[in-house]
Design a protein. Sequence first.
Length: 158
Amino acid sequence: MIPKQAKQAVGQRLLSRFRDAGATEIAPDILLPAGDLLDLYGEDIRARAYVTPDPIRGEMMLRPDFTVPVVQAHMQNGADPARYCYLGEVFRKQDTGDTRPATPRDHEYLQCGFELFTRDPQADARCSPCSTTRWHPMACRRAWATWDCCWTPCGACR
């Protein structure tokens, strides 16, 4: 298991590169209104999310990912095109079934990301090569869900 400080250091390096690429950093709250998330994801998210009642704010949820908060921020302040980046913890319960697995999955992940909002149909084509050619994974585990990996720019992109 990679120590949390090491993950944070990798995330900060990535975040710096995303900012250098013109992205605006956003830092959504960790505790979010559950209603928005349930409306968009459906009740299925409840089984995987940490939900708690709040006497004043109603039902709240620990941030399960950055998708909804990033879209909400874009809808409030967004331009076209808009680039956003983020780094922070996300939380997911893991279904262990009837028995506890020998190597349970993490329930807290450090997620770093870059989002592009644009009406330009060529933007995906320009972004996709960046994600596959500018970054080479080294020692990567469960990259789709965590930053348990170290990514470095290739020599041509430095």
